[in-house]
Design a protein around this ligand. Structure first.
Ligand code: SF4
Length: 233
């Protein structure tokens, strides 16, 4: 962990999520950014940012393969809060090359192809979004997976050269649901149909009772490879 990240960790100790976000926004003007994929954790943080007029840029990775329900909640959120959500698209040349060479669904053929697709549709645009920023806010919670459990709420991201902060890292799913209900926050209705984690439509399915949080993501692959490379411990 860098000394900057260590300082931030100490500064945020004991603060509630909104106070922590407000402090970081004041101390890193124009260099703090929040990534949303419109899952319910992200909607909680979007509400905190927009409702409190915090100067934090909210962005999403528009992979081109999202669920209709995700586009709906994206639009509804912009209408409701009257705030911008910045979309980052894949580089069109890279995308065209891949799809022209391998077809639109190459990710089902091999782990390498799936990583290539995530690389083009998510990782490259993410790097563009994060460039020049100092703080990256996410909706990660510890109980979502073993990989996430091994993270910390404030951590140094070596790959992207910034500090990551997960304001609701220690919240339970019930805490999240309760907050959404209390504050009347729009959320993705796929959550009510067995989707705890929502990504691209062709790579996400509903999970059965008792299945892991990430079981519905890239379900045809080895269970240990359930991250797309956006968040690694
Ligand atoms: Fe491609 Fe699937 Fe990754 Fe989306 S989740 S970027 S469709 S491989």
């Amino acid at each position: 962990m860098s000394s900057l990240t260590e300082n931030i960790k100490q500064q945020l100790a004991g603060l509630d999520p909104v106070s922590a976000l407000a402090l970081l926004a004041a101390e890193h003007p124009g260099k703090i950014i929040f990534s949303t994929s419109f899952g319910w954790e992200d909607q909680v943080i979007t509400h905190m940012v927009f409702k409190n007029n915090l100067p934090i840029k909210v962005f999403t990775l528009e992979t081109g393969r999202l669920f209709p329900e995700t586009y709906y909640v994206w639009n509804r959120t912009m209408e409701m809060y009257e705030k911008p959500i910045h979309a980052y698209y894949p580089n069109n040349q890279l995308l065209e090359q891949m799809v022209n060479a391998k077809g639109p669904n190459s990710f089902y053929d091999s782990v390498d192809n799936r990583k290539e697709c995530c690389g083009i549709r998510k990782i490259e645009p993410l790097k563009r979004a994060l460039a020049g920023n100092e703080i990256w806010i996410t909706g990660i919670r510890a109980e979502q997976s073993q990989n996430r459990h091994d993270m910390e709420d404030v951590e140094w991201d070596e790959q992207n050269n910034l500090t990551k902060f997960h304001p609701i890292f220690h919240w339970s799913l019930d805490d999240v649901k309760e907050y959404i209900k209390l504050n009347n926050i729009p959320y993705n209705t796929l959550h009510d149909r067995g989707f705890p984690s929502i990504g691209c439509q062709p790579c996400t399915r509903a999970v059965r009772e008792g299945e892991d949080f990430r079981a519905g993501r890239w379900w045809w692959e080895d269970q240990d490879k359930k991250e797309c490379g956006l968040h690694t411990a």
